[in-house]
Ligand binder design. Structure first.
Ligand SMILES: *[C@@H]1O[C@H](CO)[C@@H](O)[C@H](O)[C@H]1NC(C)=O
Length: 233
């Protein structure tokens, strides 16, 4: 469905599912709040289950106390609503043109997504360097210290200026991510048009989205990207 109608249908679906999601989230959170009051033990089990699905439990840098109690806090709710609000701007769909959003290089120079497309080699946000070029777009911080924070995490506040965002991205560069890191605009335009908050994988080839991963952390599946790239090989 690479047509204009296909695109419109997808956009409509984005808005409809957002309304549905918010209603469901309110219901779910009210029920869980009640539960945490009556049965903290069961609540802890639910947190752990969520932690497993989002791979937090497998991350040796964090223990349960660092993130468990933050689920369903006010900061959590605000973060979830903020992410959904931002993603209403999504324009990237499988089989459709990949939005050429403006970005910054790590040194603060202007660039954009399509400038990283070379010929018809696919571009994606991680893995497989013999067949594809890789690009990490650093977006708004998912677990800023002054928002939905985890204990014992890197100390990054919600970026208020481009300089703050660039300097946070340099923290990532220091971890040697093996590919180019670019930075979203302060308007969050790339996060919005790619519906990418808090994290999302894409494969772009010849200016088109050939793979759109699910929204992270649940939908973050590098093994799916691997399958797509194996076909490209
Ligand atoms: C960008 O996203 C962050 C995190 O969701 C948010 O705090 C900030 O207000 C957003 N900026 C704009 C201009 O919407």
């Amino acid at each position: 469905m690479g047509t204009a109608i296909g695109f419109a249908v997808r956009k409509l679906w984005v808005y409809m599912s957002a309304v549905l999601m918010v209603c469901l989230a309110i219901l779910q959170m009210s029920l869980l709040k009640l539960l945490s009051f009556f049965s903290p033990g069961l609540m802890r089990k639910i947190h752990l289950r969520m932690g497993e699905r989002s791979t937090m439990t497998q991350n040796p840098k964090f223990k349960y106390e660092d993130w468990g109690p933050t689920f369903f806090s006010w900061a959590f709710i605000k973060a979830v609503l903020g992410v959904n609000w931002c993603s209403l701007g999504i324009e990237a769909f499988e089989g459709h043109a990949a939005p050429d959003t403006a970005l910054f290089t790590i040194n603060g120079e202007k660039t954009s997504v399509h400038r990283f497309l070379k010929g018809n080699r696919p571009l994606l946000v991680k893995d497989f360097s013999d067949v594809a070029d890789f690009l990490i777009v650093y977006l708004a911080e998912a677990h800023a210290t002054d928002a939905w924070a985890f204990a014992n995490n890197v100390d990054i506040s919600v970026h208020k200026t481009l300089e703050e965002r660039l300097s946070a991205a340099r923290t990532l560069v220091k971890e040697n991510p093996l590919c180019t890191v670019v930075v979203d605009q302060m308007s969050n335009i790339t996060a919005s048009k790619y519906g990418a908050l808090p994290e999302r994988l894409y494969v772009i080839q010849s200016g088109r989205v050939i793979y759109q991963g699910g929204v992270g952390p649940w939908g973050y599946k590098p093994e799916e990207v691997k399958k797509v790239l194996e076909k490209v090989k």
